[in-house]
Structure formats: structure tokens, C-alpha cells
Design a protein around this ligand. Sequence first.
Ligand code: 6PG
Length: 242
Amino acid sequence: HTAKTGYVLVVSDANAQADYLASSILHHAEEKKEGPLRIALSGGSTPKRLYELLGSEEYANRIPWHRVHLFFGDERLVPHTDEASNFHMVKEALLNHVDIPFRNVHPMPVLEDAEKAAALYQAELQAEYGSSELQKGKPLFDIVLLGLGADGHTASLFPGTPVLQEKQKWVSWSVPSDAPHTRLTLTYPAIESSRFVIFVVSGESKTQIIREVRDGDKPYPSAAIKTEGELHWVLDKAAGGE
Ligand code: 6PG
């Protein structure tokens, strides 16, 4: 599947998006009888509301957090205590509220040397996966949550950056021209090694880019996302242009 053949769901608001995500996690937890449920989380502001809901009373005991191994789709190279850190956002919104063993939470390392940080995270992913070669039919992630930037980027795969060409490494880095901070990001091969990719997009600022990614043929990074499994777009009414 590519983003163009994904399944689009327009729901009313962030609560409905959280409902959908929670039920997707549950479904995959049930489907995958045993073993860890590997989820890669997206950053930015959209999923913050989602993570707060997943960490709320209503959901916290519906999701088998003891089986969840949490990873990150990308990270800004700032301290984990920095407001701009995706880990910081996930910790505040979710990790502080659910009972997930800390050894199962895998923040991206923040080092001055982005190359070294990317290599470290790749080694962590390969240790978790049990091999340094991704194999079709044995996806690295069960669920990959992605956001969408108004310029069509996703994770930290920004238009016109070299990381878009990376087909070997699982983690790389990027210095986006119009976003602050050097970024670490999963690459296309790592994201493709998944059972389920969910783009969660909210707000009218994304209406135009959603229309272009869905219907146009511009090579936006988000439009090139593939998965071995299913690809869903879960939009709120505003992003869905309704
Ligand atoms: C990040 C995200 C990035 C995000 C988009 C949308 O680290 O910023 O991973 O890909 O999903 O930029 O961000 P908003 O949800 O804040 O619009």
C-alpha cells in the first residue's frame, strides 16, 4: 500500500481519533497472540491530545500496556526535558499516566553527533528485532503512528532532504530547512516494515495538504509511505475538509 491507496476515515474530533487508535491497538494486541506490541509514536502537536486520552482513566486499562514496546518515529535533537522534545510530550501526555515498564520505552538518543545518535537507535531497533536485516513478512513494527506537516512531510522526512533516498538504514538524521532543530527519523524501509500505519491529521491547516496528498501527484514524502500491512488516514472533520 502507498498513501494513495490508504483507507480514509473522517471522524468528528480528537476524541473520535483517540477512540479509533485505541481500538486499533486493542485489535492488534488481540490479533498478535503473544509477544510485544511494537508501536512507533509520532511527534508534533496533533497526537498530544490523543496520547492524553490514551493515558486517561477511560483507556488506560483497555490497552495491554504491559505488552506494549514504545518507539519513536522521529525526534528533535534537544534534551528530553525540552518542550520541543517529542519524548517530553509523550512522557507528559501518556507515559506519566500508564503502567508501562520503563525498559519497554525506547526514546531516541539525543547526542550532538546526529549520525552517532541514529546509529545507536538503529542498533536498539535491531536488537529488539533480532536481526540487522528487515525481512518481508516479519514486520519490525505492529503500529506506526504518523502525522502530516503542511508541507507534506511526515516523521522527519522533509521534502528535498537526502534522508528520502535512504533505503538501507533504519534510522537517519535530517536538518530540515524550515523547521528548527536537527532531527532523527525512521527511514522509509523501517516504516514500511509494519503491519499498520495510521496517519492522524487534525485541523483546517491540513485541509489543503490532505487534498493534495490524496488526489494530487506531487511527490510529497508522506505520499511515498508504504507498509506491508494496512494504511489508514484518520482525519478530523476540519482536516477532512468537511
Ligand atoms: C514532529 C512530527 C512531525 C509532525 C508534523 C505535524 O516531530 O514534528 O513527527 O512529523 O507529525 O510536523 O505536526 P503537528 O501535529 O504539530 O501539526
